[in-house]
Design a protein around this ligand. Sequence first.
Ligand SMILES: Cc1cc2nc3c(=O)[nH]c(=O)nc-3n(C[C@H](O)[C@H](O)[C@H](O)COP(=O)(O)OP(=O)(O)OC[C@H]3O[C@@H](n4cnc5c(N)ncnc54)[C@H](O)[C@@H]3O)c2cc1C
Length: 306
Amino acid sequence: MDWKDALPEIVTQPGSRLRFGEPLAKHTHFGIGGEATAYIEVSTRNELSALAHFHRQWDVPIAMIGRGSNLLVSDSGFKGISIRLVGALAKLEMEGNVVSVGAGLSLPKLSKTMSREGLSGVEFALGIPGTVGGALIMNAGAWGSSFGDVVRNVTVMDDTGSLITLTHDEARFEYRCSGLDTYFCVTGATLELEPGDAAIITARMQAFYKQKVETQPFAEENAGCMFKNPPGDSAGRLIDISGLKGYRMGGAEVSTVHGNFILNIDNATAEDVLELVAYIQDQVREKTGVSLQTEVKRLGFDCRNI
Ligand SMILES: Cc1cc2nc3c(=O)[nH]c(=O)nc-3n(C[C@H](O)[C@H](O)[C@H](O)COP(=O)(O)OP(=O)(O)OC[C@H]3O[C@@H](n4cnc5c(N)ncnc54)[C@H](O)[C@@H]3O)c2cc1C
């Protein structure tokens, strides 16, 4: 029996769905990427746990996907199962200023709900089009705040399907990374927010969003900042002074609004993006002496470094 024949037995709940040969371009902000052999939206913890067992039993590669807002998928796609968390795995529950969030919850939804409730700490997240899971893995942040700052603990699942609660320190949050990607997946977190005036918190959230929309490309397809900022500097500034804004390879172009964004302006392929990334790295190294490291995660590539 093939694993593809066994998979439908696991995804059975009404809020969950399974598709074979799903184009991942549909599930990434870049709008780039080939098909996943299987794509699952999973809505219950039991099914997720069964998928962890399935992964071990059949030795099938698994890739968790949030909103695909920090992801470059290869043109040949992903030979395995992509999983997105929905339903009960995207929930939000509050008890005073302690908020329990599922990893599938959208960050803009979290930010808006918390501002309405008069809880401060995630105002920066309205302009980050990802999920709680992606934000925990990446320690996403903006305007001097990072998601890890408000996390009390994180729940992860291991590949036996068991849940483990990690403290803030055990999650090992650093600049745009964490120690959470060694587990089968992240299922949620408990956040501790600061009570405050809902109108003031909402105004701060809207001001952050306005500033972001004015200084970063929002209309075109992209994956946010392509490179991490080197210590004490900004990748966008280095790309700008290297004369690369507007530089194009195939359908991919360096944004003229913000140099650290690569845009899919005309049916770009993942290869176009990789070539542009390598060119930017070479040019910035030659002109400034700095080696830029990518922030965007890759899926479905071999171990080539970009
Ligand atoms: C227009 C735009 C603006 C952006 N602005 C910002 C910004 O200001 N600050 C910032 O930090 N980022 C920014 N980003 C990048 C991105 O939105 C964040 O990194 C976000 O946290 C990614 O979340 P996601 O759900 O889309 O993750 P994805 O891109 O889907 O995945 C990212 C990584 O997390 C893993 N992952 C996702 N969910 C899980 C899970 N449940 N369990 C285990 N692994 C998981 C994936 O496998 C992958 O390795 C921006 C992106 C865009 C397109």
